[in-house]
Design a protein around this ligand. Sequence first.
Ligand code: S3P
Length: 173
Amino acid sequence: MQIYLIGFMGSGKSFTGYRLAQHLNRQFLDLDHCIENKAGQTVRSLFEEKGEVYFRELEQRTLHATAAEPPSVISCGGGTPCFFDNMDWMNEHGLTIYLKTPEAILFDRLKRGRELRPLIRSKNDTELRAYISRTLASRTAYYEQASIIFHKETGQEDAAAELAHQFKNIIGH
Ligand code: S3P
């Protein structure tokens, strides 16, 4: 069974996902990196040169390809669950985990990590704060369809260990 980690940009999906994979002795995949490998281009340049519609189609194809991978922990992009039927598809093909992170923490992290993220890189602080509030509000309905909703507060170093424990209970090992 695949594990799909979802959540807003800056919620720590890659960091937690990598460590969760270590705990479970699984392969770790970052969906954005898989897309970049497939396209031979960065996510940022895909958005800039080909546009978001192209990116979302490639993202969906790349997501579907994960079904053929050995059991893995897959860290998705912040928008992955919110396009096409991706959320239903992930729930059918694996266990979905939503890393629910307070808005203030997202803002602090994204303020510093704007450059590589095409959707926010040209925003100033006020615009960024408003974007996070607005987009989180519209995406929450998708994120909350996850099988596990994990409240990720700052400094929660043991999030991966806790999730590994929950996963083992679910699959009965
Ligand atoms: C996006 C999030 C990004 C990346 C792309 C679009 C989004 O991934 O897929 O820039 O729509 O929220 P991260 O959540 O890993 O930053």
